[in-house]
Design a protein around this ligand. Sequence first.
Ligand code: ZN
Length: 155
Amino acid sequence: MSQNNQGKIDEVLDKAAEKLEIWLLMAYAAPVIAGRPVIVKRRLPSMAEADGLTSLNPRGVPVITLSPRIDRVNDREFMRLYLHELAHAKLHAPHFQRSTTDTERPGSSDYEAIGMLEREADNQAAKWLELAEAKRDKREPYKQSVLYALINHFS
Ligand SMILES: [Zn+2]
């Protein structure tokens, strides 16, 4: 195998490992940051066109469903989307009606976002992101360092 091919293979493996690390960290970090049980799912949300959706499952556990499409947005926006849904899980999901939203077919439901709740989630996400950016290890890749900063702060 040529040096060049090996380099490309290493790069692909590194990217796959990094993606795995990020999604595992997000699942681990969610209840730590939100201060309550939260499930993180990587799947297309049942709400058409949505990047993320938060619901309360039939057992009463908040679930944030994040679209695999967000792997393609820039790092900061990726973290903002995650933290926005996590803010809904912390602040709003406990008051939602229990449902099977998190297991329903992608595009099968059309919920309406409520302006006040969206603003609250945006504000909470911005606060978490500001905290993480102040505390993160800037020698580490952005997404990991933001997650580790929040885990360390809230645990
Ligand atoms: Zn929202």
